[in-house]
Design a protein around this ligand. Structure first.
Ligand code: ARG
Length: 413
């Protein structure tokens, strides 16, 4: 008789009840480190206090570990092999890309990112990956997914690599308000949680200008109106100022990248309650590794103009008090290295606590899930731990020793 062991079996078991006894709990609201115990039942934080009784729950003794809420990355691309760039990428099938997604999702979770927004994937492969994670078939973060991102013909969210006779528009390409509404409806129908669209050109796309606005105000307004009508949030990819401004006027919930944002438009974002998701680490990767990894020279050229300006504008946005989430664009670089961005956020003006808040409280606010981002009774038990104080050295977050998602332990060293 042959036995087949499923390595992932443990993932499908219902989560246990635990009494976690860490060194300290980091309160991400106040920055206080307190000696507390945390009880987790059915995936939810049920009690916080001292000298709690275990009452049959398993005691997780973590005497060297400081615990905090699991991290939220508001801008990732889990689907696909991140090593493929430019023309290499057009040969990857959706099936293969999704299998890479399985591996990428696991790496992301084990790095302490218990929730992500996946902003852009074709064929609803993101919906499939999310379903497999939710069913406990594979290990990965809680995913909020957009499906195919909306964009104009020839824009950043189209595929511009092929000549006319070999070209097919990307699935989210639309060129009028009504086409845009239809696409929002279609994305919702097939399982998208949020809508992503491209409001300007981009770095990694061929023949697009990061400063050029893509979509008219009317088109953006139609997207936002339709999405909000269905209770879906809207994320706009935008580097150039006019695209950012127009997207904000149209009512988007977040601006992704926000590279050339100025003071006036940052204030507009604040006034509108919109979030900025600024991927200020990835530039070092693109300029450092990009040429070796096959990123098109055209993209490297654009990145040289974007990277530093984006960091300076991030700093100003921090000073102005903008709501900034932790969004990395992991997928351009290796999944699981998301936390590298923390140190950049601190270098460019945030306190370590503010950087952690961006990846917890602010991320949950943008996603619209009020039960994530804090270690608090009634909240989802997404908990990560490190073995020294991140408020003293933020880089310790690059190496988490403990990961729990919804009451299931995925890593404990
Ligand atoms: N996906 C983005 C684009 O292609 C990446 C931008 C990366 N650069 C940066 N400095 N954030 O436009």
């Amino acid at each position: 008789m042959r036995f087949i062991f499923f390595l992932t079996l443990s993932l499908t078991l219902p989560s246990e009840s635990y009494l976690i006894k860490p060194k300290y709990v980091l309160d991400v609201v106040t920055g206080q480190l307190t000696k507390l115990e945390v009880k987790v039942e059915d995936g939810i934080i049920s009690e916080i206090g001292i000298n709690l009784t275990s009452n049959g729950s398993e005691v997780l003794s973590l005497p060297n570990t400081i615990i905090m809420p699991g991290f939220i990355d508001t801008h990732v691309h889990l689907i696909g092999n991140n090593e493929l760039n430019g023309y290499e990428s057009v040969g990857e099938s959706s099936y293969l890309a999704t299998l890479y997604g399985v591996k990428n999702a696991e790496a992301t979770l084990l790095a302490g990112f218990t929730t992500v927004r996946n902003v852009g994937a074709s064929n609803y492969t993101d919906v499939a990956l999310k379903s497999a994670i939710n069913r406990g078939v594979i290990a990965g973060p809680r995913m909020y997914v957009s499906g195919p991102p909306l964009g104009i013909t020839g824009g950043h969210c189209d595929n511009n690599l092929m000549p006319y006779e070999r070209s097919r528009p990307n699935q989210g390409v639309v060129d009028s308000p009504w086409q845009a509404r239809q696409k929002v409806r279609e994305n919702r129908k097939f399982g998208a949680d949020l809508i992503k669209f491209c409001a300007t050109g981009g770095v990694m796309s061929k023949n697009t200008d990061v400063n050029a606005k893509q979509f008219t105000y009317e088109e953006m307004k139609a997207i936002v109106d339709e999405a909000h009508n269905h209770g879906m949030r809207v994320a706009a990819h935008a580097h150039g100022l006019e695209g950012i401004r127009t997207a904000l006027l149209a009512g988007v919930d977040s601006i992704e990248h926000s590279s050339f944002i100025n003071e006036e438009v940052t204030l507009l974002a604040i006034q509108n309650g919109a979030f900025l998701s600024m991927d200020i680490y990835v530039s070092d990767y693109i300029l450092g590794e990009g040429a070796k990894k096959g990123i098109l020279e055209e993209s490297l050229e654009k990145e040289r103009k974007v990277g530093l300006e984006q960091r300076k504008n991030f700093k100003k946005a921090v000073e102005l008090g903008a709501k900034i989430t932790f969004g990395t664009d992991a997928g351009i670089y290796k999944h699981g290295e998301n936390a590298k961005q923390f140190a950049y956020m601190v270098e460019w003006g945030m306190s370590p606590l503010q950087a952690i808040q961006a990846a917890t409280i602010t991320g949950s606010e943008l996603i619209g899930n009020n039960n994530l981002g804090k270690i608090k009774v009634g909240y989802v038990a997404d908990i990560v731990g490190v073995n020294s104080n991140p408020l003293k050295d933020i880089r310790v977050l690059e190496d988490v020793s403990f990961v729990m998602k919804e009451g299931t332990v995925f890593k404990s060293q």
